[in-house]
Write a protein that binds this ligand. Structure first.
Ligand SMILES: NC(=O)c1ccc[n+]([C@@H]2O[C@H](COP(=O)([O-])OP(=O)(O)OC[C@H]3O[C@@H](n4cnc5c(N)ncnc54)[C@H](OP(=O)(O)O)[C@@H]3O)[C@@H](O)[C@H]2O)c1
Length: 220
């Protein structure tokens, strides 16, 4: 019995993280529409692996199809995430900012906004929640354990919208993880790259402690 009843979820980005999340979603009984930058035909192998509950589409089609949508692209591509079809929807943002890959974004370097805050500003009619950003793609489908397991791994979310944080919490539990809600997106820097909570294997108490240790602006 899952927290989230079988539904249809869109994925924008179907690489390491998008692919792992899609595999987990299908395993949980959901339908998925996956998309990338190169077009649906380039996703034929992944769709075949995922089975009949998976289809490939364009990012706009994935956004349209999803009851909610997971965005998992290199951060620099966030402006390509379609705005109109995501209006009114919860969007789970797995993205991280790697200036080595993404180029420099001055407002992020200066600690004036957050990665997911940037996506929220791009999607003003959507409800963005951070999710799956501080666990490696390889671990998503292997580190989960049933609720109540001693030392169960915990993951963080953050959102300006309670229902979006609640959805990620329910989804994390379905994937086998406890949740710590960091707060609004303005606080989500605490779980961004290079902070103590980032990609650490930690239970709920350890995650809370690591979030508290985070420093706002990192040394260059
Ligand atoms: N890898 C990890 O363990 C990990 C863990 C946590 C968070 N993250 C973060 O999650 C995000 C995705 O990481 P990843 O490792 O999954 O990257 P990845 O393996 O490189 O996959 C990126 C995906 O995004 C698609 N994409 C790129 N530009 C796009 C665009 N303009 N429109 C639509 N789709 C586009 C790519 O499609 P094409 O291949 O067709 O270009 C690909 O499917 C990044 O922000 C990363 O920092 C990664």
């Amino acid at each position: 019995m899952t927290n989230i009843a079988p539904t249809h979820i869109g994925l924008i980005g179907a690489g390491h993280i998008g692919g792992a999340v899609a595999r987990g979603l299908v395993k949980l009984g959901h339908r998925v529409t996956i998309s990338n930058s190169r077009g649906p035909e380039s996703l034929a192998d992944l769709v075949a692996e995922l089975g009949p509950n998976a289809t490939a589409g364009t990012p706009a089609e994935a956004a349209e199809a999803g009851e909610f949508v997971v965005v998992s692209v290199p951060f620099k591509a966030y402006r390509d995430v379609p705005v109109a079809p995501l209006a009114g929807k919860i969007v789970i943002d797995t993205n991280n900012y790697y200036w080595e890959r993404d180029g420099h974004f001055a407002e992020l370097d200066a600690g004036e906004t957050t990665v997911s805050g940037v996506l929220q500003a791009h999607l003003p009619e959507s409800r963005v929640a951070k999710g799956f950003n501080h666990i490696t793609a390889q671990s998503i489908l292997t580190d989960g354990t049933p609720a109540g397991t001693p030392g169960r791994r915990a993951l963080a979310t953050a959102s300006d919208f309670d229902d979006a944080a609640a959805l990620v919490t329910a989804l994390y539990d379905d994937f086998g993880y406890d949740t710590v809600v960091v707060g609004p997106l303005a606080d989500s820097w605490r779980v961004e790259r290079d902070r103590p909570a980032y990609v650490s294997v930690q239970n709920r108490e350890e995650l809370v402690a690591n979030l508290a240790l985070a420093e706002r602006v990192l040394a260059a």
